[in-house]
Design a binder for this molecule. Structure first.
Ligand code: R5P
Length: 289
């Protein structure tokens, strides 16, 4: 198995190659030092792939990484591999998974349609909604990243798990039930892209160490407000653990209320503290040779 990475996913791809017993293949992302002056992407795969099972690992955020991934898949195909598995650790555009107003682009479907052209199967993680998989015509699976969060929390003396909204409840439940920790969820209303509010709810967190679990931190508004609420209800320590950390705008200022912020390597950042490589490696093994 050969593992090829997009430029934002090199760390995860190296870990995945190790965990799956594959070989990490180097890619050049610049033709000249500094890249093209107009910012256009470039890729060159630096090893033959003919007849190989190839795993392409590339996150689709921010936008230039989508173009880079299209180039990567095209270059991989031209090298005549036997089979291509596309691993998208973070599937950007997943939140526009419905047409909320007439005439809107169904963004998640549009991105899915283009990416699947270059692959035989797809693995992804922490989707905004599992129904997103139906936008792919190739076999597509969502791999749970919650065991990785569970492993991380395992070393952290957590005694309560909180989902900040309904969408995160399936994730928090999985983490809490596998670790035998009590959990609950808040009811969130989104006011605009930057503002949320919670229905009042008393939770038994006084003096406890709380982990807030979510799929994604974007502007940080959701988990920061949840952390503030937990502190107001007497929690003595609040850790936020999410799969994907986008940290848009002044997210880090808002997150100052948290005692710790930990995210996975689906999007590398200063909060990246654990890897989801074992989860993807396990899914690759289940998918056959
Ligand atoms: C919501 O559906 C997600 O699970 C996250 O809670 C949300 O996307 C986080 O966004 P933000 O960090 O901007 O509040």
């Amino acid at each position: 198995m050969k593992v090829v990475a997009g430029s934002a996913s090199v760390g995860l791809a190296r870990e995945l190659a190790k965990a799956a017993g594959g070989e990490f293949i180097e890619v050049a992302y610049e033709k000249h030092p500094g890249g093209f002056p107009d910012g256009e992407r470039y890729v060159r795969i630096l090893a033959p792939l003919e007849g190989q099972r190839v795993v392409v690992v590339a996150t689709t955020h921010p936008d230039p990484k989508i173009v880079e991934l299209l180039l990567l898949l095209d270059a991989v195909r031209d090298l005549k591999p036997r089979r291509v598995t596309l691993v998208i650790p973070y599937f950007g555009y997943g939140r526009q998974d419905k047409r909320f107003e007439p005439g809107e682009a169904l963004s998640a479907r549009a991105i899915a349609r283009h990416l699947q052209e270059g692959a035989d199967e797809l693995l992804t993680m922490g989707l905004h909604h599992p129904d997103l998989l139906t936008f792919f015509d190739i076999p597509a699976r969502e791999v749970s990243g919650m065991p990785a969060i569970g492993r991380y929390l395992g070393g952290r003396e957590v005694d309560f798990v909180l989902a900040p909204d309904d969408g995160a409840a399936r994730h928090a439940k999985e983490v809490a039930e596998t670790s035998g920790i009590p959990w609950d969820a808040l009811e969130k209303t989104r006011i605009d892209s930057y503002t949320v509010k919670f229905d009042p709810k008393r939770l038994d967190v006084r003096g406890r160490r709380v982990a807030i679990v979510d799929d994604v931190i974007s502007t940080g508004g959701t988990v920061a407000l949840a952390a503030r609420e937990m502190k107001a209800q007497g929690a003595k320590h609040v850790l936020v653990a999410a799969l994907h950390g986008l940290f848009v705008g002044n997210a880090w200022d808002k997150l100052a209320v948290c005692d710790e912020v930990a995210t996975s390597d689906t999007i590398p950042s200063r909060a990246t503290k654990f890897s989801v490589a074992p989860e993807f490696a396990g899914a690759l093994r289940k998918g056959g040779p």
